[in-house]
Ligand binder design. Structure first.
Ligand SMILES: [Ca+2]
Ligand SMILES: [Ca+2]
Length: 222
């Protein structure tokens, strides 16, 4: 009997896996849908635009397309500080990763994201985003930091060349980046960013970000 049970179990596992693969196949089909991007405001001076792997600083509001109700507003979170995230690596929903490419600091966009690039058939947050919901985001981009995970940037930050980044080194780097944007931030804001960076990247908690901890993409040898 146990032999049969094992067989049945395997069959269930087999169909379960197969079912998932089937669902993924379906998802691929759905993604013929497109993310629609409307540029609301593009600054005249746009010398640098966002690329995959850049660190972005942005505010965004999210609405449900069906009735225009607001389900998310970054301005009401984190004491109103804009959000930091790396573009194109899945830190935000796929639709936002696509919608925020090639954007310059100061640019505003309104984007329409189909469910296959958002929360799909499942929805999200106990119905806050219902199944198959098309989403609308209004995005304002504040800062683009070029390739925060490139070797070049690592070397720039690592002033004493010991192949690890101290809090002082990263603090100095942030300060320089903020000055470049000509939008000086107060020290408490900078400290919050610094704390966040260490919380997310200093995996062994030794107070330094090693080259291995730094390089999330694993393809650039440091
Ligand atoms: Ca160092
Ligand atoms: Ca570390």
């Amino acid at each position: 009997i146990s032999g049969i049970m094992k067989f049945v179990f395997r069959l269930i596992v087999f169909f379960y896996v197969w079912g998932i693969l089937g669902a993924q196949g379906q998802k691929e089909e759905e993604s013929t849908e497109e993310v629609k991007i409307e540029v609301v405001h593009r600054p005249e001076n746009c010398s640098k635009t966002s690329k995959k792997g850049d660190l972005l600083n942005a505010h965004y509001d999210g609405y449900l397309a069906k009735d225009g109700s607001k389900f998310y507003c970054s301005r009401t979170q984190n004491e109103g500080h804009p959000k930091w995230f790396v573009l194109g690596v899945g830190q935000v929903i796929k639709g936002l990763d696509i919608a925020m490419m090639d954007m310059c600091p100061g640019e505003k966009r309104k984007v329409i994201i189909p469910p296959s690039f958002a929360y799909g058939k499942e929805g999200y947050a106990e119905g806050k985003i219902p199944p198959d919901a098309t989403l609308i985001f209004e995005i304002e981009l504040y800062a683009v930091t070029k390739g925060p995970r490139s070797i070049e940037t690592f070397k720039q930050i690592d002033m004493d060349n010991d192949r690890q980044l101290s809090k002082t080194e990263i603090n100095n780097y942030l300060k320089r980046e903020f000055e470049k944007d000509e939008k000086p931030r107060d020290q408490s804001y900078q400290n919050a960013v610094l704390e966040d960076i260490f919380k997310k990247n200093d995996h062994d908690g030794d107070g330094f970000i090693s080259s291995k901890e730094y390089n999330v993409y694993q393809h650039d040898e440091l």
